[in-house]
Ligand binder design. Structure first.
Ligand code: G1P
Length: 296
């Protein structure tokens, strides 16, 4: 079986949930503490053995490429000032992985974004990571996409990440039905994009991590568009499920929806509390604030 060495990150969306900031700063650059959300996704892929990463961008997303580029003026300044630690942080961004960028000409959804990766992935199986889903794993836990890659190696079948959600969150995600074949692994029979609570199969939702093979391109091409005119990636996955070739992997780790304001703020608070430099001061502040809030 071929190794999963490549990953695709769709990042062409407008980020309308974060207007007005997304008029000129793309949502993938919004920071959780001091790193853009896209960097968390790339670090997860790299920690999972991914070597080549294609970011599918769009117009007004040049800032993403610049972030991973050489910054000679800044680096010279840090060098002159003897700020070695900061210089290392800056240099690290240049050498994280082999990064490639392609523009999705007409941002018509996730499946169309994936189609832009065909030449990049060639014959190899590949991972897909959606930028809004940030998965925190502690140092003793296998990174999110690595858990799916392991499942793909064990089962030989394309795999999607699954998480149990409350009824009220069911309509936000693809929803699956399937039998648990081994601990936290499901043979998916049915998968549907964002059902109403009444029409859900289960409370198992699909989160933005996938491992697929090269046949996904033909499947997408042969999938009928939804009434809104968009081919849903989820409908393409249903073809795999119908052939008994799709596994759901309930992953370990805490997932944040960085595309949602409340969860983005929660992610910032929790990552700050985990940061050795910030945690003491920040904790003290939060405790004081919660006392004040209680008095109100
Ligand atoms: C996308 C997918 C959906 C999936 C979700 C995971 O939706 O279309 O199937 O469950 O990501 O976050 P979006 O969040 O882009 O609306």
């Amino acid at each position: 079986m071929k190794k999963v060495r490549k990953a695709v990150i769709p990042a062409a969306g407008f980020g309308t949930r974060f207007l007005p900031v997304t008029k000129s700063v793309c949502k993938e650059m919004l920071p959780i503490v001091d790193k853009p959300t896209l960097l968390y996704i790339i670090e997860e892929a790299v920690a999972s053995g991914i070597e080549d990463i294609l970011v599918v961008t769009g117009r007004n997303k040049k800032i993403l490429e610049d972030f991973f580029d050489y910054t000679p003026e800044l680096d010279a300044l840090l060098e002159n000032d003897g700020k070695r630690e900061l210089l290392e942080i800056s240099k690290k961004m240049e050498n994280l992985a082999n990064l490639y960028f392609v523009r999705q000409k007409h941002p018509v959804g996730f499946a169309d974004a994936v189609m832009n990766a065909k030449a990049f992935t060639g014959d190899e199986p590949f991972a897909i990571l959606l930028g809004d889903d940030v998965i925190y794993t502690d140092k003793d836990t296998v990174p999110g996409i690595q858990q799916l890659i392991d499942c793909y190696y064990d089962t030989g079948k394309p795999t999607v990440a699954v998480m149990e959600v409350a009824d009220s969150d069911v309509p936000k995600y693809a929803n699956i039905k399937g039998e648990e074949i081994s601990k936290n692994r499901y043979a998916i029979e049915k998968i549907v994009e964002k059902p109403s609570i009444q029409n859900k199969f289960t409370n198992n939702a699909v989160i933005g991590r996938y491992v697929v093979e090269r046949d996904i391109y033909d499947i997408i091409r042969n999938t009928k568009p939804s009434p809104k005119g968009e081919v849903y990636f989820t409908d393409a996955l249903q073809t795999l499920a119908s052939e008994n070739r799709l596994i759901g992997c309930k992953f370990e780790g805490k997932r944040y929806d960085a595309g949602n304001k409340l969860e983005f703020l929660q992610a910032n608070v929790e990552y700050a509390l985990r940061d050795p430099e910030l945690s003491d001061g920040f904790k003290e502040y939060i405790l004081k604030l919660s006392e004040l809030l209680k008095q109100k």
